[in-house]
Design a protein around this ligand. Structure first.
Ligand SMILES: [Zn+2]
Length: 118
């Protein structure tokens, strides 16, 4: 196993950054970023293959049809939940021309809770 990957971003080698410049004199190029796989985090991450989010999204956009074909979704998934609403005292600030005034009001907090299906 090599200790690096080349970034898979389709346009990585066209981004104008100093870190991509290689060569000397009149023979300079922009080169794809070499990703060092020096940590366990990077080896287990999508960023083992992409130097940044732009390169990841360029790749996703270019290959999206084949990527979604790996695990097609033909119907919606659902997660059972309980929605709880609770009233509580809160405050808002009203400007009275010169100053802000703290005004109490009855607020509603909505909480989505998972349902144990065990
Ligand atoms: Zn890249």
């Amino acid at each position: 196993m090599s200790d690096y990957n080349w970034c898979h971003g389709t346009n990585c080698h066209q981004q104008h950054t100093q870190s991509r410049v290689r060569g000397s004199g009149d023979n300079k190029v922009l080169r794809t970023i070499k990703i060092k796989l020096g940590t366990e985090w990077i080896r287990n991450s999508i960023y083992a293959y992409f130097c940044n989010q732009r390169c990841l999204m360029d790749f996703m956009n270019e290959h999206r049809d084949r990527i979604v074909a790996l695990a097609p979704r033909r119907e919606a998934l659902e997660t059972p939940i309980k929605v709880e609403k609770e009233k509580y005292e809160s405050y808002r600030y009203r400007h009275n021309g010169t100053d802000y005034q703290r005004v109490p009001y009855q607020a509603t907090r909505t909480t989505i809770k998972g349902v144990d299906n065990g």
